[in-house]
Design a protein around this ligand. Structure first.
Ligand SMILES: [Zn+2]
Length: 313
């Protein structure tokens, strides 16, 4: 059996994603297996990126930053990663449905999950997206998120990777209404913003609990979509990334984002993964995929989705 097959064999069967009837209402109810998959990688900004989780002062916006491991680093919070990737995942899901059903994703969602699922205010709590990312429907019930994100930080020091007042580039100048063509533009709509420069790197770790093959392959594709859509403020033009997946493995990682930052500072981050010198705790014996094996796993998406689609009936 090759490594991809051994990996796939450790996944939870796709039936776990089929919603159950709870009080005549369909709800995603994953089987908790204690199995997990860890995905680790490196995101490199390919445009200006505004990781901003708070309002600035007046017309100025500042990048989130903090002191960590001897540097001031830009902070990329897990909530932002999850929010953008959840939306990208839903876009992917709808497109996969449309490729298979003749009559559009809206009808399909209504038939299989009782309603169209809209993020964030009208979640169905029954679909694949809600099963993975969790959801809450007022007065009806909730599903827990099976995907765990961690905050991450720039490899580079703020002085090098953030365009700020007093720096070489200075702050960026933007127009607060440039995404809305109906609003008038004027001096009062302009603002100044700090931004993370293209080329800045952020290592990341994501963990999926009770993972199906569809969850993992779908996540890999959703990240690529999110990279093109953009993370962060004014994401229509900003915050686009290239993601390199360094490993996809069963089990919990024996390293953290902080370890990855330290390895990057030493210049050994990518070589450690290339040499497969990273370890995972899995009572069944961890199966770890690197490089082209990760691509081959991503290539299983259509096959895994077909199985889910058939199982939904
Ligand atoms: Zn849903």
């Amino acid at each position: 059996m090759n490594t991809i097959d051994s990996f796939a064999k450790q996944m939870v069967p796709v039936d776990a994603l089929i919603p159950r009837l709870v009080n005549k209402r369909r709800v995603a109810q994953p089987v908790y297996t204690r199995r997990v998959v860890t995905i680790a990688g490196l995101k490199t900004a390919k445009t200006r990126f505004l990781p901003v989780s708070h309002e600035g002062h007046g017309i100025e916006t500042y990048v989130d930053k903090l002191e960590l491991l001897g540097k001031t680093r830009a902070e990329f919070i897990s909530r932002k990663l999850k929010g953008i990737e959840r939306r990208a995942h839903m876009g992917l899901f709808r497109e996969l449905v449309e490729q298979r059903s003749g009559d559009g994703w809206q009808q399909f969602f209504a038939a299989k999950f009782d309603k169209e699922c809209t993020i964030p205010d009208s979640l169905c709590i029954a679909c694949w997206n809600c099963s993975l990312f969790g959801g809450l429907e007022a007065g009806k019930g909730a599903t827990f998120s099976r995907i765990r994100y961690f905050d991450t930080y720039s490899v580079e020091d703020a002085a090098d990777c953030i365009a700020m007042e007093g720096g070489e580039e200075g702050m960026g100048i933007g127009n607060q209404v440039y995404e809305d063509v109906n609003k008038a533009r004027g001096a009062e709509t302009y603002h100044l913003y700090e931004y993370v420069k293209a080329g800045t790197r952020f290592p990341f770790i994501t963990i999926i609990e009770s993972p199906t093959l569809l969850d993992v392959a779908g996540y890999l594709h959703a990240v690529r979509r999110a990279d093109e859509h953009g993370y962060g403020k004014y994401s229509a033009n900003h915050g686009k990334f290239d993601t390199r997946f360094l490993v996809v493995a069963t089990g919990y990682p024996r390293f953290s984002v902080l370890d990855m930052l330290q390895w990057a500072d030493e210049g050994t981050l990518e070589s450690r993964f290339a040499k497969r010198e990273v370890y995972f705790d899995d009572l069944n014996g961890s199966v770890a995929l690197f490089g082209d094996e990760v691509e081959a796993l991503a290539g299983k998406l259509a096959e895994a989705f077909d199985e889910y689609y058939r199982a939904l009936g």
